[in-house]
Ligand binder design. Structure first.
Ligand code: FES
Length: 178
């Protein structure tokens, strides 16, 4: 009898971390290593432009060209350094454009970072099991609130990330983080 363990969701893939280091990371597997990575590999905060927009960067502080992210598989999530250097998920749509909404990689329970699980189509927090739908709404607690979102725009091959201060389209209410 095979007694070897079947790991449902392997720890953060090497590719996910290495891509983030070199430009972007595509969430593909579940695990907890990103929590550690997210806490220690945050680049310096940069000054913000009009509307608080900043250019998406890798963890070394280098701007990430939009073409690099858009070359990823449709439906994938790319992790970049966003506003305040915080890890932010970008969503590559089926038509190889970026979704206009980005999602903060910071669990609303106790602040762990988390991977995207493409099989379940959920963000799944490894710390206490919270799960989020693709738009960041809570599917399963203990997370009490939806994930924070940002505006995403592409201009001249740069990815601009800016704070979301308007009505949260998921709740129809003022965002909890404003
Ligand atoms: Fe994510 Fe607790 S920090 S579930």
């Amino acid at each position: 009898m095979d007694t070897s363990l079947q790991i449902e969701s392997p720890s953060l893939s090497r590719r996910q971390l290495l891509n983030f280091i070199t430009g972007a990371t595509v969430a593909a597997t579940a695990g907890s290593a990103l929590y550690v990575a997210g806490k220690f590999f945050i680049p310096p905060v940069e000054k913000t432009g009009a509307g608080g927009a900043i250019v998406a960067k890798d963890i070394l502080g280098n701007p990430i060209p939009a073409t690099q992210i858009l070359a990823e598989e449709p439906g994938s999530r790319a992790l970049v350094a966003g506003v305040g250097g915080e890890p932010t998920y970008l969503i590559v749509k089926e038509d190889h454009t970026l979704d206009s909404i980005g999602i903060l990689d910071n669990c609303t329970h106790l602040g762990c970072t988390f991977p995207w699980n493409p099989n379940d189509q959920q963000f799944q927090c490894p710390c206490h099991g919270s799960r989020y739908a693709p738009d960041g709404t809570v599917v399963r607690g203990p997370a009490p609130l939806p994930l924070k979102i940002f505006h995403i725009a592409v201009i001249d091959n740069s990815i601009l990330i800016s704070p979301w201060t308007e009505t949260d389209p998921r709740t129809g209410e003022k965002p909890w983080w404003v």
